[in-house]
Design a protein around this ligand. Structure first.
Ligand SMILES: [Zn+2]
Ligand SMILES: [Zn+2]
Length: 99
């Protein structure tokens, strides 16, 4: 082991400790891909090839959606703040036209 001893707990380790179910789901996906049981697919929104497995239900670790980083983040944003800012004024429509 060549890891420095000064850092008691990394953010990732902390996340793993606090989210054992999610961690397990991620490991299950990785291992299924390695064994050829699960196929990595392009982003279902934009077709990008670099994708993350997004879990809709962590109790079903192989039930995933394939999303690129950008769309993966977008899905989590939507999940965290449902119907956010529906009433916020649209800056384009606020009457200020500086042609
Ligand atoms: Zn995408
Ligand atoms: Zn996700």
């Amino acid at each position: 082991m060549t890891e420095p001893q000064e850092i008691p707990i990394t953010r990732q380790k902390r996340w793993q400790n606090e989210n054992p179910l999610k961690r397990w789901a991620h490991i299950a996906v990785q291992s299924a891909i390695n064994r050829g049981l699960l196929e990595r697919k392009p982003c279902e929104v934009c077709g990008a090839e670099r994708t993350d497995a997004h879990h809709t239900d962590y109790h079903r670790p192989l039930s995933v959606r394939w999303l690129c980083r950008k769309h993966h983040i977008a899905v989590h944003r939507e999940a965290e703040q449902p119907e956010a800012d529906q009433s916020a004024p649209d800056p384009e429509a606020s009457g200020k036209h500086n042609a």
